[in-house]
Design a protein around this ligand. Sequence first.
Ligand code: CS2
Ligand code: MG
Length: 412
Amino acid sequence: MIIDKAEVIVTSPGRNFVTLRLTTADGHVGIGDGTLNGRELAVVSYLRDHVAPLLIGSDASRIEDTWQFLYRSAYWRRGPVTMAAIAAVDMALWDIKGKAAGMPVYQLLGGASRNGLMAYGHASGKTNEELFDSIRAHQELGYRSIRVQTGVPGLKSIYGIASNATFEANDGVRYDHEPAQRGAFPAEEDWDTRSYLRHIPTVFEAVRNEFGPELPLLHDAHHRLTPIQAAQLGKSLEPYDLFWLEDCTPAENQEALRLVRQHTTTPLAIGEIFNTVWDYQQIIREQLIDYVRSAVTHTGGISHLKKVLDYASQYQIKSGMHGPTDVSPVGMAAAMHLGLAIHNFGIQEYMQHSAQTDSVFKQSYSWSNGFLHPGNEPGLGVTLDVDEAGKYPYEQAYLPFNRLADGTVHDW
Ligand code: CS2
Ligand code: MG
């Protein structure tokens, strides 16, 4: 299984995706996701200029050895660009191994540990009424766990609520344009922490009153709080029994979570911008979180995220893999194979891709009654239609950024 072709395919069917396609001399083809929202072309260059030439002539069956070679031989290690590029290679090699073995990847990882993967969707609204409608629409689609994001009085825009005109609002679940916005400069949004902290508990109280105590509810603070503000929020949300509070502080300061933990029993999820096991070392060892939020795509692939999750399992910390639409269907499939196989699966984020994206990436994973399954096709079970992909050239797009009322840049 000698690799004789390594191609990087960029396509933008509604949003940008970076895919690595490896072909072996004996005809096996594997694909991997290397999409890094807003910085896609950096990964393209890393793969095209520095990784693809090294893969030609190497043995596709040596997944771990290839991972270690790419990670260590670069000398400059870690970081989102490097780890997304290595993830793309790792996924493509697992895809090839599965196809060569005639088995879905989850079988190679030890087989299924459950029947399906509980997934949550994103309900949002500027007002409580809009939010309730969105929750109901998600329930009708089968979602049994729901992330709740809402407008905050006085703020024009807020994370988690689509603000751009191209959002496919008609069916309420197609999120391909959210929150990346096409254009030459990131959109500016506004933020006010005190107003947010006052408002959010009232929203969760209203949601519990309307939907009862059973429905698992999640919330994402998107790195915007200081440790003491995060502690206040966790505490004020305790009566509403959240499944988790996500990214309450900027994730790079791991120690911050100690203070939050001392003050609240609201479960914490963190890690969508982490990329290695070392980013998690302290917070797992000190049991400062309850869920690992990394995507396979941003954490060095299946091989590396499995190491993070195996480490987490010693502390009863579970997976909550990142699954926004900026992870391509290939990255989503990889998450599903891993999530089905590990024992410490928690929940999977699942935002549905657009029909356009689905026309480029043909999937064999399924969604029914609130549960995902990766399917039983050999490999990852996703194919890339190159002709269809060619219809959608790359378009520059950026995530928004925040400024406070006095003009200070704030975490988005
Ligand atoms: C988010 C993401 O899904 C989530 O929890 O935090 O939507 C995040 O904003 C995007 O992945 C950024 O590209
Ligand atoms: Mg998040």
